[in-house]
Ligand binder design. Structure first.
Ligand SMILES: [Zn+2]
Length: 394
């Protein structure tokens, strides 16, 4: 036979003994219980006391069992602390101070909010307000994030931005920090400027640990990293560099062929030459004869591909000088801009050849972000979004 104490431990909280049980309505049971400890410790001065001053009853909602709501009616004793000369109420394990629900009830609400199809069913099953559900959701996600992601900065991180929301006609962005070593999201911050980022990630310890940071070529990120991670080497993301001429090439092609998405030239022009078949290369070359500007853009981009296939940082360093010298002859605006960027980001670009690091993982998390946003029909609160995103990626 199942002993009462075992049933009590299952139904009640670890320290609470079940004293009575009744089905109070069709949907709810009331369980009565009390603590039986010999003494309690004063929360203010930590002095143990065994002098019971008085007691009172509190009603606490507990996680439902088989759709049946559980209401705990607890007899809470108040002890007298001789040091403070004041009574204090005994704490109960599993119920946070001033909460009217058990921790288990709140965890259960989180589970329901994540698994039920809509808020209304959660409200009905737990008989609580939407406001309460949001509060609990926030609190529980925060607890989960704090217990899972609470380590100092790793040696290698990635920084990238993505669109968050549009407010008063202005687009707002968030910045994600990827932990490359543990393949997870480490932190999410609002905005993308140095001042916005600095204070939001200040609570994470070990800034000096960071040795490598992968990033796209944004001046604000560069100045942030320079100041915030003093020992870090920055690596400009290879794929961002390779994409620098894409808009100019597309624009020049559309001017010639019109905006036909299916045009085979679209992808032929964007692929590196070594990936094309002989006859495809031939077709491009013959077509480009009539369009000298597009031809120049095309070959500049091909030079970027070739540059990234260089092996070794010494060779890459020389190759980059040759490339920028070569581009200096061009009269085309997009190529001049490209050259300026390559010169401006020279060290960060060359660091790729020392480390082989890219920002691909960080961009992968941006795709997760899109899914999270879609599922929630857009977030209005950044804090809420941050917790959702960190939870989805760990
Ligand atoms: Zn005390």
């Amino acid at each position: 036979m199942l002993s009462h104490s075992r049933l009590s431990r299952f139904m009640m909280l670890p320290e609470v003994q079940l004293t009575a049980w009744k089905q109070s309505s069709a949907f709810e049971s009331t369980a009565q219980g009390k603590k039986t400890s010999g003494f309690e410790v004063c929360p203010k001065c930590a002095t143990p006391s065994s002098v019971v001053y008085d007691h009172r009853f509190v009603k606490i909602r507990d996680a439902p069992v088989r759709g049946n709501g559980i209401l705990l009616r607890l007899k809470k004793r108040r002890f007298f602390c001789k040091t403070c000369k004041k009574p204090f109420t005994e704490p109960v394990d599993g119920i946070r101070k001033s909460h009217r629900t058990t921790a288990r009830f709140r965890r259960s609400v989180l589970w329901a909010a994540e698994n039920f199809s809509d808020l209304k069913s959660v409200r009905r099953a737990y008989r609580c307000s939407s406001g309460f559900i949001y509060t609990v959701l926030f609190e529980q996600l925060d607890l989960r994030v704090k217990s899972k992601i609470n380590y100092p900065w790793p040696t290698t991180i990635g920084i990238d931005e993505h669109f968050f929301t549009r407010r008063r006609g202005r687009a707002e962005f968030v910045t994600v920090f990827t932990d490359h070593k543990n393949k997870r999201l480490r932190e999410v911050a609002f905005g993308k400027t140095k001042d916005e980022l600095k204070y939001q990630v200040a609570n994470v310890e070990g800034r000096e640990n960071v040795k490598h940071v992968t990033l796209d070529m944004s001046d604000s990120y560069r100045s942030f990293v320079k100041e915030f991670f003093p020992n870090a080497q920055m690596i400009a993301d290879k794929f961002h560099v390779l994409r620098l001429l894409t808009p100019a090439i597309n624009k020049a092609r559309v001017a010639i062929t019109g905006d036909k998405r299916k045009s085979p030239l679209r992808w032929l022009l964007l692929k590196p030459r070594y990936k094309l078949k002989y006859f495809e290369r031939d077709a491009i070359d013959r077509w480009l004869i009539d369009y000298p500007e597009l031809k120049e853009l095309y070959w500049a981009r091909e030079a970027l591909f070739t540059f990234y296939r260089t092996k070794g940082s010494e060779r890459a360093s020389r190759a980059l000088i040759r490339l920028t010298d070569h581009l200096a002859h061009s009269k085309i605006k997009a190529i001049k801009t490209l050259r300026r960027t390559l010169v401006n980001w020279r060290n960060e670009i060359l660091n790729y050849f020392k480390t082989g690091l890219t920002n691909a993982r960080t961009e992968g998390f941006n795709n997760v972000a899109k899914l999270v946003q879609k599922r929630a029909y857009g977030y209005t609160s950044f804090e809420n979004y941050r917790l959702r995103l960190l939870n989805a990626c760990c």
